[in-house]
Design a protein around this ligand. Structure first.
Ligand SMILES: *Cc1c(COP(=O)(O)O)cnc(C)c1O
Length: 452
């Protein structure tokens, strides 16, 4: 056992030490070598160290270096070392963290992490918190609570009686909502298409001018942090409009909610605490390992009713906090552990520094591209930058060449009618030197392509 874990520790450290300097993209050769993993399962046992050696030999070279300080694809962050360490320990402890009575330690850590998170994100103290796998499931979980309460207020018990024959329910959603929100609606039986989409302004935030009249029995889904521009919906105004009716306002803030941790950026989220629920990711901007997302719900009863395991279950106010009362799963890893580790490590000022540094790096990118004469398509209010080199064809060719070159990795998006380059800064290691080095590569690739 000890040899195996020491060896694995060595492998892990070597990976982390070299990862920032390697080609980020997976080479075709290493991709092809993955076929070495695929054979008919043998009959006899294989030594554990050999298994790890084989996995490392073939998998490691074929990993996209997503935790690199120059990985700017999607919005996915990396892993703080403290969270890798806490994650290892959590695995070793192997606590089935569904029930407080059997796993008091991990239940306690999650309760504290939840309180810290609510504090950092400026959310109402009484909100219930669910530790889930990611923002997709966080949206699902919060919207299940929404479904509970809106129906309950309309005289319908949706958990017992289902959706067939239920009163009418309306969904208002931004036309720029993340595709996974539609997936949540589909999983909840609310339908991808039974929605009223609201037009957005040119930054991708909901335009109040086009906001429909709100009827009773409505769930409104807003966004903090557009995946292209980083723009936030006018959540405060929407909450005010919705206040007089039987409604629920949900905020998908997978990464954007973290703006609240920064004095410089929290103005983007003014009044968002008036909403009923919020979803965010820890595995993105907080830089903890997968799988880690959070749903916060102002109405604890609604969340517990939606997540209850048995129909006879009645939430009791003062019982201990059973983690499984809040999440879709019963058995699961103690996800709150890594969140605790990073928050305790960074402190409030460390989280703020992380958010501000990433946003500063995004500004630096934007400035670099503008000064070189290229169009930055969005107002850079947060950590997202969308660049247009003049045509879709140029954008695709330049992205491809940048990815092949391997110093940094940039993503592609389709926004405002064009396929463009998207840069997201959300890694804990990224600093202005990374931006300079990446800008130099991207601008030189663009120059080669456009001048040729
Ligand atoms: C990433 C993202 C999601 C989905 O989150 P996962 O953690 O991948 O499930 C949802 N909404 C927004 C705005 C996102 O950026």
């Amino acid at each position: 056992m000890s040899n195996l874990l020491n060896k694995t520790n060595e492998i892990a450290q070597e990976y982390l030490a070299t990862m920032n300097h390697e080609n980020i993209q997976v080479s075709d050769e290493n991709r092809q070598r993955l076929s070495g993993l695929d054979f008919d399962l043998q009959n006899q046992q294989v030594n554990a160290e050999d298994v790890i050696k084989r996995l490392n030999g073939l998998v490691s070279p074929a990993t996209m270096k997503m935790t690199s300080s120059k990985f700017f694809g999607f919005v996915i962050g990396g892993c703080y070392p403290v969270s890798i360490a806490s994650n290892w320990l959590t695995t070793v402890w192997d606590q089935n963290s569904g029930l407080e009575k059997t796993t008091p330690a991990t239940a306690a850590v999650e309760k504290i992490s939840a309180r810290w998170m609510l504090d950092i994100l400026g959310l109402p103290k009484q909100s219930a918190t669910a530790f889930v796998t990611g923002a997709t499931v966080a949206n699902f979980t919060a919207l299940a609570a929404a479904r509970n309460l809106v129906f309950k207020n309309a005289g319908w018990d949706v958990e017992s009686d289902g959706l067939i024959g239920a009163p009418d329910l309306h969904i208002i959603i931004s036309e720029e909502s993340h595709p996974t929100v539609y997936k949540s609606l589909a999983m909840l039986g609310l339908g991808r298409n039974r929605v009223t989409k609201v037009k957005t302004d040119e930054q991708g935030a909901i335009s109040m001018e086009h906001f429909p009249e709100i009827q009773d029995n409505t769930i409104i889904i807003t966004q903090a942090g557009n995946i292209n521009s980083g723009a936030c919906d006018p959540i405060s105004e929407i909450c005010d409009l919705a206040a007089k009716k039987n409604t629920w306002v949900h905020v998908d803030g997978a990464f954007g909610l973290w703006a609240k941790a920064s004095k410089k950026h929290q103005h983007l989220l003014n009044g968002y605490e008036k909403a009923d629920s919020w979803a965010t990711d820890a595995h993105k901007w907080l830089n903890v390992p997968y799988d880690s997302g959070l749903a916060f719900v102002k109405h604890e009863h609604a969340l517990k009713a939606a997540m209850a395991i048995t129909a006879s279950y009645l939430p009791t106010e003062n019982a201990g906090r059973n983690p499984s009362d809040y999440t879709p799963e019963l058995s699961r890893k103690a996800r709150g552990m890594d969140i605790y580790a990073v928050l305790h490590h960074l402190g409030k000022s460390g989280v703020e520094e992380l958010v501000d540094r990433c946003c500063d790096c995004a500004q630096q990118f934007a400035k670099g591209f503008s000064e070189a004469g290229y169009e930055v398509m969005n107002d850079v209010v947060l950590n997202q930058v969308v660049i247009n080199f003049g045509s879709e064809q140029a954008n695709l060719a330049i992205m491809d060449a940048v990815q092949k070159e391997g110093t940094c990795w940039v993503g592609q998006t389709h926004w405002r009618g064009i396929t463009a380059m998207r840069i997201s800064v959300s890694n804990w290691q990224t600093d202005s030197q990374d931006v300079d080095q990446s800008l130099a590569v991207i601008l030189s690739v663009a120059h080669d392509y456009l001048v040729k």
